[in-house]
Design a protein around this ligand. Sequence first.
Ligand code: SDX
Length: 425
Amino acid sequence: MSSAKLVYEGKEFTLPVMEGTEKERAIDVRKLRAETGLVTYDDGYGNTGSCKSAITFIDGDQGILRYRGYPIEEVAERGRFTEVCYLLIYGRRPTLEELAAWRQKMTMHTLIHEDMKKFYEGYPPNAHPMAIMAAMVASLSSFYPDTDKDLDLNIIRILAKSKTLAAFAYKKSIGQPFVYPRNDMSWPANFLRMMFAVPAEEYEVPKAFEDAMNLLLILHADHEQNCSTSTMRMVGSSEANLYASLSAAICALWGPRHGGANQAVLEMLEELRASGEDYKSFLERVKKGDSKARLMGFGHRIYKNFDPRAKLLKTAADRIFDELGIHDPLLDLAKKLEEVALSDEYFVKRKLYPNVDFYSGIIYRAMGIPTDMFTVMFTLGRIPGWIAHYMEQRNDPDGYRIHRPRQIYTGETQRVFEDWGTKRL
Ligand code: SDX
């Protein structure tokens, strides 16, 4: 095991260096405070490893993303979402028999308790579906209080019910009756049918949309220690139940810097098109740091090269639009912004490339999914990843500690809290 030396106030300290299977290295500072009285400072945790994990590997410089060692390009091309859920959570691909049983179980748990439908009635029509998802997922712990006693069953429950909760949130927002899941459809097709079927007529799920949905779900399934997954681990570290931890992760994903970016990308493109502003002058405003202008869908804490998911989604968008004969001016606008940004010094110097959110919203829009449902779509894909990390932490053979970071206090030093006694008015 190699080590690092720290010289501080004339003393030399030796800190062990850990190495992962992909040769990533970290200074193990778990004993730093006990030995030196020092803590580390790293706002946003950009240089801090919070855990060891065997689920997803990302090499941001090479644009590499692998789920349990499988390259995302191969998983995206050959996998089905329900199988990827199993792979991420249990660490290996299921046998064909296990897969059949897994999908059968998922099929038999798609309904939500009828009493949960009453919750939807209380929301205003314009309630953001992410607020509904966070509340509904947390509420599952009221209907299944045995969450911790049978985690495998409750994992199946949320993987099966998440699409129902999401589709019901959409139907609620447009004032249409809920459409119940069917048992003879794939996960993606079942979801799209619950979204778009109406009692008066069946909804034939276009194969291109079913395949696109499968791809989008797989590409969003996990991404190591991103903001929402770290939230899942932090909340789970207090031994909060699975559904409570998932609800917290959903709220973290909602932010426009994170999963809310796909909605923000479409709003940016729509505003730009509606305003008639030239996309080059928009990019000039972005570069000037105009507070209202940020190139949403660009940039990433880890990827300092192309986000491989963005590449796959750009190709998928072209394929779907060709197949369906759709022409979306927003796709043209996105491509123009990307083309200019990729050769512009401001973006090149900061290594800002399109991320997963840059093209995903355009595909959702082509399927008829409204913009405020885009982050819910991200949620549906990411739930298996969040579960995988929650379970990896819970099952860590070395045990797990409650997450409790330190701080550097910069407030007032001690002062007297004067007794105002009778002075008070
Ligand atoms: C996701 O972590 C994950 O893995 C997340 C995710 C996942 O699968 O879970 O991949 C999903 O969240 C993708 C990211 C989606 N967010 C966006 O598209 C929002 C726009 N991008 C950003 O706000 C930003 O790039 C972040 C939040 C993604 C990354 O932020 P960092 O790493 O903290 O970088 P930063 O904000 O410090 O920016 C560094 C520089 C700054 O300029 P300077 O101060 O050095 O002059 O780059 C600039 C920033 O102003 N910059 C941008 C920019 N993103 C960064 N400038 C214009 N447009 C942008 N989009």
